[in-house]
Design a protein around this ligand. Structure first.
Ligand code: AMP
Length: 144
């Protein structure tokens, strides 16, 4: 299974982004209203400047308290973002996420973001694929 197939299985929902100069409080509002765990930080919605995840915010809340909500997103974001391409294998992406201890990854082509996947999207698509494989094998064994 490829990243392209994972993207297809999750539909064409646009990637939720936030500008680097937005406040952490705004990021919290979006994460909460959209019920997601991370935002791509981007000035134009295409080029990735960073990622800010709920973990970045919780860590800073624990360290400095609610005053960090007034910070700008680029003060808390991770700027060394690991991305993938649509032709990457989903298994390899899962391995990169596990090794790097993160759960989100932008899909980048020619420097431009074309999608965003979470470990949940990859696991869901892989489970669906395994279930189809099981049905096909059962059909073959039973002669159906
Ligand atoms: P997550 O598990 O995705 O919520 O993120 C855990 C940590 O990894 C946070 O500090 C994120 O900013 C960072 N992070 C999330 N996704 C990526 C990524 N694709 N590349 C690099 N860092 C990331």
């Amino acid at each position: 299974m490829t990243v392209q197939q994972v993207l297809k299985s999750k539909g064409n929902a646009p990637v939720v982004t936030i500008k680097p100069a937005a406040t952490v409080a705004e990021a919290v509002g979006i994460l909460s209203s959209k019920r997601i765990g991370a935002l791509v930080v981007s000035e134009d919605g295409k080029r990735v400047a960073g990622i800010i995840s709920e973990r970045d915010i919780v860590r800073e809340l624990g360290r400095r308290g609610p005053v960090c909500l007034n910070d700008t997103v680029d003060q808390l974001m991770t700027s060394r973002v690991v991305g993938c391409t649509r032709s990457d294998r989903a298994d390899a992406v899962m391995q990169m996420m596990t090794d790097g201890r993160f759960r989100h990854m932008p899909v980048i082509e020619g420097g431009v973001m074309i999608g965003f996947i979470s470990i949940g999207d990859v696991v869901k698509a892989r489970l669906a694929e395994l279930s189809m494989e099981k049905e096909a094998l059962t059909g073959m064994i039973m002669g159906m």
